[in-house]
Design a protein around this ligand. Structure first.
Ligand code: PLP
Length: 409
């Protein structure tokens, strides 16, 4: 059976170039990057080269890149590594659980957190971040792009607020990396987390930008790896794969690949919105690239605000009234389409998405929402297939749903 994977925000497959780049580091060049012999030096050189690529990706110095196990570790490091009893922490109610659960843990250690709510569009208003600050605020953490809606947050403005207030600023960049150009200097952040597996790299590896001189305590202690900021033998194949994925991601932003993904996403979204009782959660349908942002006007879209809300290229989150989201996920899976309802980490749970609820959706509509997130390798044929399958599944489920009388279509 043909299968189309539209759950890229959960994870992505390796690109063949990434797989090939990693290949020698499993067996031939297996050395420990800390060893002084030739085998060790080969590994060390590979890690150094990868660090230079990541520095280019982030726009920072090599010494400011720490390799780690991924987004969760980067997020946890920012919070556990910086906050101490009596500190105040400002974040948002739409963050990934790697931030939210860490904030919950810190509450047990005398750190109070303010969770700033988004506007109905999914956008965090920088003025609300400003309002949440207190004299004892030590850290702000806001995501670059939301994993469920794809909405890009105004991190530059928040960076300015952090600088003026003398507060550290961490960005969870996991869902933005590879989809928009990164520049930690322009963002004005002190820490920035990414994860390889969200950008066609391997699972279990990521990187954290830590601005030079930051007093971040390392989560793991032991050896003196990563300038004593992260103990543990380096995952050399993973790091090489992450660097290759970052290199290809930079290329994709330049060569039109990401614009092509945006065009496909827009066609998918417009096609699905032809169905009655549907709508987009979060943001206006705007093409991803902040520099080349353009609205996609059409009868299916209505603009309720003049505030430009940008979204990453690959994501659309759509509500289907009179449907149970989980039922639609299963129906689509049986027809060969992989999508997700809420975030992947919560799938299987019956609670509606905390992100959609924070945006003001009622429980029923939040539960009736699906996230479609396209791979970088998505094709016209993938979109055609999904546009054929979704109406069939929706019509069928609505026809058998006791709450859907008269709404099929
Ligand atoms: N932050 C965001 C926004 C995410 O979407 C995810 C994964 O879904 C993470 C952090 C966690 O990343 P990882 O899977 O690398 O631990």
């Amino acid at each position: 059976m043909k299968r189309v994977y539209m759950d890229a925000n959960a994870t992505t497959p390796l690109l063949p170039e990434v797989f090939e780049a990693m290949r020698p580091y499993w067996m031939e060049r297996f050395g420990n990057a800390s060893s002084i012999h030739l085998d060790g030096q080969q590994a060390h050189t590979a890690v150094d080269r990868a660090r230079a690529t990541l520095a280019e990706f982030f726009n920072c110095h090599d010494a400011e890149v720490i390799f780690n196990s991924g987004g969760t570790e980067g997020d946890n490091t920012a919070i556990f590594g910086l906050l101490r009893p009596g500190d105040h922490f400002v974040t948002t109610s739409i963050e990934h659980s790697a931030i939210l659960a860490a904030a919950e843990r810190m509450a047990l250690h005398g750190v109070e957190t303010t969770f700033v709510a988004p506007q109905p569009s999914g956008l965090i208003d920088p003025a609300e971040i400003q309002r949440a600050l207190r004299p004892e605020t030590r850290l702000i953490s806001v995501m670059l792009a939301n994993n469920e809606t794809g909405v890009l947050q105004p991190v530059e403005e928040i960076g300015r607020i952090a600088r003026e207030a003398g507060v550290f600023f961490h960005i969870d960049g996991v869902q933005g990396a590879g989809k928009v150009p990164l520049d930690v200097r322009r963002f004005g952040c002190h820490l920035f987390s990414i994860s390889a597996h969200k950008m066609h790299g391997p699972k279990g590896v990521g990187a954290l930008f830590v601005r030079r001189g930051m007093p971040v305590e390392s989560l793991l202690v032991g050896g003196s790896h990563e300038r004593r900021r992260r103990a543990g033998t380096e995952n050399v194949p993973g790091i090489v794969g992450l660097a290759k994925a970052a290199e290809l991601a930079m290329l994709s932003l330049e060569d039109g690949t990401i614009d092509r993904v945006a065009t496909l996403r827009n066609r998918l979204e417009a096609g699905i919105l032809q169905l009655s009782g549907t709508g987009v959660n979060g943001a206006l349908p705007i093409v991803c690239h902040p520099e080349r942002a353009q609205r996609v006007e059409g009868p299916a879209f209505s603009f309720s605000s003049d505030i430009p809300v940008l979204r990453v290229a690959n994501t659309t989150n759509i509500w289907f009234d009179h449907l149970e989201g989980e039922a639609l996920v299963i129906a689509l899976d049986l027809k060969g389409v992989a999508v997700s309802g809420g975030s992947a980490c919560h799938s299987g749970a019956t609670e509606p998405s905390h992100v959609l609820m924070a945006m003001g959706l009622d429980k029923t509509r939040a539960r009736a929402s699906l996230r479609f997130s396209l791979l970088k390798t998505a094709t016209e044929a993938d979109v055609d297939f999904v546009l054929k399958v979704v109406p069939e599944a929706v019509e069928h489920l609505r026809a058998i749903s006791p709450v859907a009388a008269g709404t099929a279509g």
